[in-house]
Design a protein around this ligand. Structure first.
Ligand code: ADP
Ligand code: MG
Length: 432
């Protein structure tokens, strides 16, 4: 069976500043069938936009092929349209003119262009705004223009790149619901939708299938089917359970390691990715979790809503607490460990001591830098030494972020110091 879209073993590498290759996507196989909405869920930097650009024929993959309707995709393949996170409207053109622009490349006569643009505007609920200028529109209306511009070419495949993430929650909600209604009523020729996002709820609300994208390099790590009819009720038990389940899949996979080259056993863990989360944020969350109404245990999605941080921030915080063994995560529940409870009940000096112990025992990079500093004459070493080492096995950004994270944790814990001017690490207390 040939689907609408078929990706075969797609890989993509970019060069970093030193001219070394790093792999952003690897071994991506995917086929989209008529009538389905597929979501690709991944953290920022996992290669989602890169993959969409490859699918749209705007970027060539390093390996593999993209077949659209059975033929290799090209930048001018008809039938594919994309909606972006930012609206990219021309401020000096009206809504109608901005939408018509989508048809420019198709060399369609002016009369026909106008007719189709008006239809698309009508369909997406912009009726009456044809002659308005972008500056007169709210963010939600601007994104409706973005949708109209995509719909006007009568695409059979619609790609959405975080199409709702620049909008406030309520506006995003309305637009998602409106789009799903269009889709369910088959009011457009769109046969399939591929949407990429880092928002779990969005995938459960919209998709028939959710693919979880791992990072470094981006690979499809898991696939989840969502067998719920549209429109979906966010408050229903089935919906909440599905959100919890996906949280669990994501959190149980953390932390991720880069596998591009084999890492010697003695160094294992040093190259684990670390998100830069401040000790302040961590103690804040521990204190909140220890207090009422949580008493040491909470539901992750609920936590996300309570703190209003956005899924990604909460996941990073949770990941850091888990790594330092201040928290355990099972299914979609987070619970504080005894070390965390002791931390919360202690004064500042004792807190630093506990943090230092957790850091040495559980964060290999922290322990490694500490060990090197102990062994070195004078007990100091330049940051660049560690950075260069990490970059052997990690993408440049990740190496930098891991070092920054460990530095801020070690400073707080007074395990070792870092001088921003000389860019040198040193031991706080060499005899320790
Ligand atoms: P996402 O959309 O999931 O946030 P992207 O596809 O934008 O991720 O980026 C994935 C990775 O590829 C990032 O590390 C990014 O810096 C890198 N990247 C993207 N485009 C380029 C490029 N043209 N040259 C070099 N690196 C790039
Ligand atoms: Mg992106």
């Amino acid at each position: 069976m040939t689907g609408l879209l078929q990706l075969n073993a797609i890989a993509k590498s970019f060069h970093n500043q030193e001219g070394r290759d790093f792999k952003v996507l690897d071994g991506i196989n995917l086929s989209l069938k008529d009538g389905e909405i597929v979501a690709l869920l991944g953290k920022s930097g996992s290669g989602k936009s890169t993959l969409l650009r490859i699918i749209a024929g705007l970027l060539a993959p390093s390996e593999g092929e993209v077949l659209f309707n059975g033929a290799p995709v090209q930048a001018d393949s008809h039938g594919i349209a994309m909606v972006f996170q930012t609206f990219a409207l021309f401020p000096w053109l009206t809504v109608l003119e901005n939408v018509e622009l989508g048809l420019e490349a198709l060399r369609i006569p002016e009369k026909e262009r106008r007719k189709r643009a008006l239809e698309a505007i009508d369909l997406i609920g912009l009726d009456g705004y044809e002659s308005a200028y972008p500056r007169e529109l709210s963010g939600g209306m601007k994104q409706r223009v973005g949708f109209a511009r995509a719909l006007v070419v009568n695409p059979s495949l619609l790609l959405m790149d975080e199409a709702f993430s620049a909008l406030d929650v309520l506006t995003a909600e309305t637009l998602k619901t409106d789009f799903i209604e269009l889709w369910a009523d088959r009011k457009t020729p769109i046969k399939s939708v591929l949407l990429v996002t880092h928002n779990i709820e969005e995938t459960v609300l919209m998709a028939d299938r959710i693919l979880l994208l791992d990072a470094n390099p981006g690979r499809i790590a898991a696939e989840v089917r969502v067998d719920m009819p549209h429109p979906r009720d966010r408050q229903s038990v089935a919906f909440r359970n599905m959100v919890d389940y996906i949280y669990m899949l994501i959190t149980s996979g953390m932390p991720k390691r880069d596998h591009s080259t084999p890492v010697p056993a003695a160094e294992r863990g040093i190259y684990d990715k670390l998100a830069h989360v401040s000790p302040n944020q961590m103690s804040g969350l521990m204190e909140a979790l220890a207090a009422s109404p949580y008493h040491g245990r909470a539901d992750l999605p609920e936590l996300d809503q309570t703190f209003g941080l956005g899924t990604e921030d909460v996941l990073q915080l949770v990941e850091a607490l888990r790594l330092l063994k201040f928290a355990e995560v099972a299914a979609a529940d987070i619970s504080l460990t005894p070390a965390a409870k002791q931390f919360v009940d202690s004064d500042t000096q004792k807190r630093k001591q506990i943090f230092s112990e957790q850091l040495i025992q559980n964060v290999p990079l922290g322990a490694y830098i500490h060990r090197v500093l102990q062994e070195r004459p004078g007990n100091h070493a330049p940051r660049i030494r560690f950075l260069a080492r990490l970059e052997d096995h990690m993408a440049e950004n990740d190496a930098d972020e891991a070092l920054t994270a460990v530095t801020s944790w070690a400073r707080y814990a007074e395990l070792f110091a870092y001088d921003d001017n000389t860019e040198m690490f040193s031991l706080e207390n060499p005899s320790a």
